[in-house]
Design a protein around this ligand. Structure first.
Ligand SMILES: [Zn+2]
Length: 484
């Protein structure tokens, strides 16, 4: 019963429900005329066979609670650097500079690379390298914000046997989750097609007058920009035992990894979710990241963040729901302050590695359907319990793929409120290849779900990114259940 209720969280996670009038996702997405390119076709996502009631609505507990670097040798330069390094100690320093410059250039920071090399103008090798990098820079093509696509995932499935074990959660996971094998295949395909991760700031930033100003993304021919995000990286209680990671941690090398609880109860640490997988991929392929950009992690707050139980209810132990109480019972030594400290440490390491954070609303609420008062209460909780851990944010990625309005520009009291709370970047869900709206006071962007449902039913909608038929994990039960 609990499982069923809580599964809704996953199902509705970030997806649009058929009933949402103001959303562009899925069933509604074709209607956003004007901005949506032709051919972006209505998807068949007509809604999800579950109703979701966001977390903070007071409801009887039976049915509710449906919550829901620098100087580092890089590929391609490593061997020559090693060769140089063996010569003597003096050239080891020079090698460091050269490697650092090459890494910067590989990540498209040509000016940074050139400046580094020109700091020692007498060095002929540096001068030659600077000339080469200058040539590459001058060959770059500018991309406008409106030409940037955005893809997103939920928590990745590590163990398909557990996720797709036939219990009541299976259908939902099959629809909206992506397996690690699929994720790796998609990432490899996107890399081979020349995709490069950029940040929302690479698209537009606020100028000194507070106006959003478009930026140019400069990439060499053959490369194209995209934004990556992942929603609900909370490792909700209901996912325990379902074959997904349990939390993110910082390992002894300062790298962010995922913990996974094995069936015997032992804990493994590894690349079991998107953050460590992307970190490892960029380490191997620095040209997959534009000037160190990684993805955006959209966080709710009601069961904490990143697998840490940091919400206020775990501190006060008031108004705990069944799963939260069960968790605390199973962890008699639970220390809320320590939990917050660890989550903060992980978030800091992620930011250091290029990751950004967004609000996903505290209680996974539908902003389109919520009253202004509810939006305020929810946002205050996010600002109280999540913002201090991640260092605040100016980004909000709406839950349920909901939105504040249709394709017309934002206005009204909800937008005014969110803007007053510091939000400048807004994301919904949309299956179009590009959906970007840049206004003087905000940047708004649609995101494409890359999950079981999309791959199974609309492989053509992701054909620019990867071949869904070859990526689709054979461990998935088929057909993937229909929505609605
Ligand atoms: Zn969500």
């Amino acid at each position: 019963m609990r499982k069923k209720g809580s599964l809704l969280a996953v199902l509705v996670l970030c997806m649009g429900l058929g009933g949402c009038r103001h959303i562009m996702p899925f069933s509604e997405d074709v209607a956003t005329a004007g901005t949506v390119p032709e051919g972006s076709s209505a998807s068949a996502d007509v809604g999800i066979p579950f109703k979701s009631r966001p977390r903070d609505e007071e409801e009887p507990s039976s049915v509710s609670k449906e919550k829901e670097e620098a100087g580092k040798d890089t590929t391609g330069t490593a061997s020559e650097n090693e060769a140089e390094t063996v010569s003597d100690a003096d050239t080891a320093v020079e090698t460091g500079t050269l490697a650092q410059a090459r890494r910067l250039a590989a990540m498209y920071d040509y000016d940074g690379a050139i400046a580094l090399l020109q700091a020692e103008p007498e060095n002929e090798e540096y001068a030659a390298e600077a000339a080469r990098i200058t040539e590459e820079r001058d060959s770059c093509v500018a991309w406008a914000p409106e030409q940037v696509t955005h893809v997103f995932y939920h928590t990745l499935v590590k163990d398909t046997a557990l996720a797709f074990d036939g219990d009541e959660d299976t259908a939902g996971y099959n629809q909206v989750m992506t397996t690690i094998d699929e994720f790796n295949a998609i990432t490899q395909s996107m890399y081979e097609k020349g995709f490069v991760m950029v940040s929302l700031e690479d698209m537009a930033v606020k100028d000194e007058n507070g106006n959003m100003t478009r930026q140019e993304i400069l990439l060499p021919p053959g490369k194209q920009p995209f934004v990556l995000s992942q929603d609900d990286v909370s490792y909700y209680h209901y996912m325990d035992g379902d074959g997904m990671a349990s939390r993110l941690v910082v390992d002894e090398n300062g790298q962010v990894k995922a913990e996974y609880v094995e069936s015997d109860g032992s804990v493994s640490v590894g690349d079991y979710d998107m953050v460590p997988l992307i970190d490892a991929f960029v380490e191997q392929h620095p040209d997959f990241s534009y000037r160190e950009a990684k993805g955006i992690i959209a966080l709710t707050g009601y069961e904490g963040v990143l697998g840490y139980r940091t919400d206020g209810v775990y501190q006060t132990r008031q108004e705990l729901d069944e799963l939260q109480q069960k968790y605390l019972n199973a962890h008699p030594d639970f220390d809320w302050d320590e939990e917050v400290a660890q989550a903060t440490q992980v978030a800091a390491a992620m930011k250091e590695n290029g990751w950004a954070f967004a609000s996903h609303t505290w209680g996974h609420i539908n902003v389109g359907e919520s009253s202004l008062e509810r939006l305020k209460t929810d946002t205050e909780k996010w600002l109280t319990y999540v913002a201090p851990i991640v260092g605040g944010t100016d980004k909000i990625i709406f839950a349920f793929g909901a939105d504040l309005s249709g394709a017309e520009g934002y206005s009204g009291e909800k937008f005014d409120y969110l803007k007053s709370q510091g939000f400048d970047y807004y994301c919904n869900v949309d299956s179009s290849q590009y959906w970007v709206q840049l206004a003087p006071n905000y940047l708004r962007m649609g995101r494409r779900n890359l999950d079981g449902y999309r791959m199974y039913y609309n492989p053509e909608l992701v054909a620019d990114l990867f071949d869904a038929k070859s990526v689709f994990d054979p461990a998935r039960p088929t057909p993937v259940p229909e929505m609605g």
